[in-house]
Design a protein around this ligand. Structure first.
Ligand code: ARG
Length: 461
């Protein structure tokens, strides 16, 4: 059967394979709300400009509302022969209101139509992601405030480095997510221009008012160049880049959760709500949600990659290749939404084991830097020499399999005669974290203040 929407010059319909490769209705039906919203704005503008009759515009708007109701209710029949959401809706409109439906496509093409629909969808996704990330920041900040002074090991190379606090560690992610949200907001500002009215690629001879449709759809202004308007998907790639970075941050945290919940670490306990059991090993409590946060990051990064590769060789203006943009973006943002929600749930429920964390913080000579700093501060040693002296002391402790504060004073003095008993005051993990009062440091008072700053910031949004 010939295509009823554009089949005028064709004598036969498409091959079944042609129809299959060409159709996007299987996925772009997600754009129905955006498509209807943009079509209503377009129809109203056409009537205001005297391009179509007011009565036709009214019929079009009422018909589109009815179609939205049908799709919402699941009673709409989608047809693959009609390719995509745009033609499916327009064809149904014709059935519902007759000839007036044919006037809707005046001064418009599917090229600007899909560009505007997709922008509206991406804009909503950016807003929803921002709101979800705000919830995650709130959950992290609450946990951080509750555990601002809980000492845990800080790692570099996954080796014990210096003690930090659990609150400080959590707030590191609040900062990262803050930058992620900034990227989503920046992307939104840049993308918030309306391509509607660019028509196929060259603009139109009808006296349309692009500023009016831009305003009606919540855009800041119309796009300035008709070729650019229908050709680019940089807004989608930029949104995916921000999504990928966010996912990377959450994936790193997920990896830490996997490590921390292992029997070898036991730093935190996830709730039953966010763990699963094993069908064979009764003792297991697996952190599957964290593992899947980590894994889904792969598809989000992949989506950005895929769309960049689709776009990189395309001449202006619209090419059908660009139809491949949607599945990547839909999948990435649906995955991201799930990942953020899972992370928020895990964070709200997670319980740190203070005793285990503190014991781990006190092992592995994590206060060696404090000892070196004491030698610099109290005895005036150059840091390099203090580092050397401390290294020898750590060596002796390692030989005897004890921690630094278990070494007798005489042993310390044998390495450097100037050492006094005062040194023990800097060798505990509590004194170590309490001393890190530099701006942004891990001292519990700093962490408390940082958590309060974030709380105020999040509450003021
Ligand atoms: N389904 C198409 C897409 O997603 C809509 C635009 C089609 N334009 C065209 N000239 N065939 O890109």
């Amino acid at each position: 059967m010939k295509n009823s929407m554009w089949g005028g010059r064709f004598s036969s319909g498409p091959d079944a394979i042609m129809e299959e490769i060409n159709a996007s209705i299987g996925f772009d039906r997600k754009l129905y709300r955006q498509d209807i919203r943009a079509s209503k704005a377009h129809a109203r503008m056409l009537a205001r400009q005297g391009i179509i009759g007011a009565d036709d515009a009214e019929k079009i708007v009422a018909g589109l509302d009815a179609i939205e109701g049908e799709i919402d209710a699941g009673t709409f029949t989608f047809s693959r022969a009609l390719e995509d959401i745009h033609l499916n809706i327009e064809s149904r409109l014709k059935t519902l209101i007759g000839e007036a439906a044919g006037r809707l496509h005046t001064a418009r093409s599917r090229n600007d139509q899909v560009a505007v629909d997709f922008r509206l969808w991406v804009r909503d996704a950016l807003d929803a992601t921002d709101a979800a990330l705000r919830d995650l920041q709130t959950a992290l900040t609450d946990k951080a405030a509750a555990h601002a002074g809980l000492v845990m090991p800080g790692f570099t190379h996954l080796q014990s480095a210096q003690p930090v606090t659990f609150g400080h560690h959590l707030l590191a992610y609040v900062e990262m997510i803050g930058r992620d949200r900034g990227r989503f907001r920046d992307a939104r500002v840049r993308m918030n221009e309306s391509p509607l009215g660019a028509a196929a690629l060259a603009g139109t001879s009808f006296p349309i008012d692009r500023t009016a449709t831009a305003e009606a759809l919540g855009f800041d202004r119309p796009t300035a160049n008709s070729l650019d308007s229908v050709s680019d998907r940089d807004f989608a790639i930029e949104a995916l880049a921000a999504a990928a970075l966010t996912a990377i941050h959450l994936s790193r945290f997920a990896e830490e959760i996997v490590i921390w919940t292992s029997a070898q670490f036991r730093f935190i306990r996830l709730s039953d709500r966010f763990t699963t059991g094993s069908s064979i090993m009764p003792q297991k409590r697996n952190p599957d949600a964290a593992e899947l946060v980590r894994a889904k990051t792969g598809r989000i990064i992949g989506a950005q990659n895929a769309l960049m590769i689709v776009m990189k060789g395309l001449p202006l203006a619209y090419q059908k290749d660009m139809q491949e943009d949607k599945e990547q973006v839909f999948d990435a943002f649906e995955s991201l939404e799930l990942v953020i929600a899972a992370m928020t749930g895990m964070v709200r429920d997670m319980e740190p084991d203070a005793a285990v964390m503190k014991a781990a913080a006190g092992s592995g000579y994590a206060t060696a830097t404090d000892l070196a700093d004491w030698l610099v501060r109290t005895l005036g040693l150059p840091f390099r020499e203090a580092h050397h002296v401390t290294g020898r002391i750590v060596g002796i402790a390692a030989e005897r399999s004890v921690e630094l504060d278990a070494l007798p004073l005489e042993t310390l003095q044998a390495v450097h005669a100037g050492i006094t008993a005062d040194v023990y005051s800097v060798l505990t993990v509590e004194s170590s974290v309490a001393s890190r009062t530099s701006y942004g440091g891990t001292a519990p008072d700093n962490v408390r203040a940082a958590a309060m700053r974030w709380r105020a910031r999040l509450a003021a949004e």
